[in-house]
Design a protein around this ligand. Structure first.
Ligand SMILES: [Ca+2]
Ligand SMILES: [Ca+2]
Length: 324
């Protein structure tokens, strides 16, 4: 019989019994594997007078069943069982794989945030100030994308935007491809030497001397804070800078195109994103302005944050010899 590459009618005629007598009338089909040949048998035998003959049985002949077994052919029941097992295995494997991918992305983002924090310490030690946010709406093929915004003697023109990744020399995005939102406390963005304290800053008699190597003094305090939920308990206050990854859901994050992903409906996530102030046209922190939420992930909250407290920054500046 010629090799069969597809379903085809390979033979038809009479099937003889062991004694060589005519048995039944049959059509024989060859499947891609010879071992899986089927016969459609008319048990009425060759004497059948009707055409097409009544098909009474679809079967594999005994010798073909044996051949099928030797060649590893499968019955429908066996195939069904294998498919069920494969389905169970895939479900059991893909679920944990997805969870592992999420965990790896979260850990990569946490590591990126830790690196950003160190870069901010280094920048402050070198420049005597923290960098201004970058314009979040610039696509990353714009020469100004990722570069810190403008500032004057009193600090940054804009206090909220995205991390100035080019200025800091760190990665532009988190593990999900979204930019980090970045909000900084005004007083810590002033360039040294400081010309004058702000109103209410560093009061005392006699007034402290103005720092010459930093834009802030040991008595300067940041104005950003962290809570455990919107309107909830404070976690940290007097912060100089907050950096936010908007997590896997990316709600409110800026893409590398400069477009903002639609905001999440989670009230705690809303606290962490940026909105444009219609009055000033500047970006600012949404919800309670300058208050951010840090808490364990939930179904709708997956933001990752890092921040720098005032005492910690002052300590690093003293170690760097920038503050007395
Ligand atoms: Ca989020
Ligand atoms: Ca807020």
């Amino acid at each position: 019989m010629p090799a069969m590459n597809s379903w085809s009618l390979s033979d038809w005629g009479l099937i003889h019994d062991a004694g060589g007598r005519c048995g039944s009338f049959a059509f024989r089909f060859a499947l891609p594997r010879p071992a899986m040949r089927l016969e459609i048998v008319n048990n009425d035998g060759p004497r059948s007078s009707s055409w097409p003959p009544p098909i009474l049985e679809i079967r594999q002949t005994p010798d073909l069943r044996a051949l099928s077994a030797r060649n590893g052919g499968f019955t429908l029941t066996e195939v069904a069982v294998v498919l069920i097992i494969v389905g169970l295995l895939l479900g059991g494997v893909l679920g944990p794989l997805s969870a592992q991918n999420d965990l790896r992305a979260t850990n990569e983002t946490k590591a990126a945030l830790a690196e950003i924090r160190e870069a901010l310490f280094g920048y402050a030690a070198a420049k005597g100030r923290l960098p201004c946010p970058a314009n979040p709406e610039l696509a990353n093929n714009d020469v100004s994308a990722g570069v810190e915004g403008s500032y004057i003697s009193t600090g940054c023109a804009n206090l909220a935007g995205v991390l100035p990744w080019v200025t800091l020399g760190v990665g532009e995005t988190d593990a999900w491809g979204n930019r980090f939102s970045y909000v900084v406390s005004t007083k810590f963005t002033r360039p040294p030497p400081l010309a004058a304290f702000a109103s209410g800053e560093c009061t005392g008699t006699p007034p402290p001397s103005l720092p010459t190597s930093a834009g802030f003094a040991l008595c300067t305090v940041g104005d950003l804070s962290i809570a455990n939920t919107a309107g909830g308990v404070g976690v940290a206050s007097g912060l100089t800078v907050v950096v936010v990854s908007h997590g896997k859901n990316g709600g409110g994050a800026f893409l590398t195109s400069g477009k903002q992903i639609p905001i999440s409906s989670d009230n705690d996530e809303i606290e962490n994103l940026l909105i444009k102030d219609s009055a000033t046209g500047k970006w600012k922190n949404a919800g309670f302005d300058k208050v951010f939420i840090k808490k364990a992930p939930t179904v709708s909250f997956d933001d990752e944050l890092t921040w720098i407290s005032t005492p910690l920054l002052l300590s690093r500046m003293m170690s760097a010899g920038k503050l007395p």
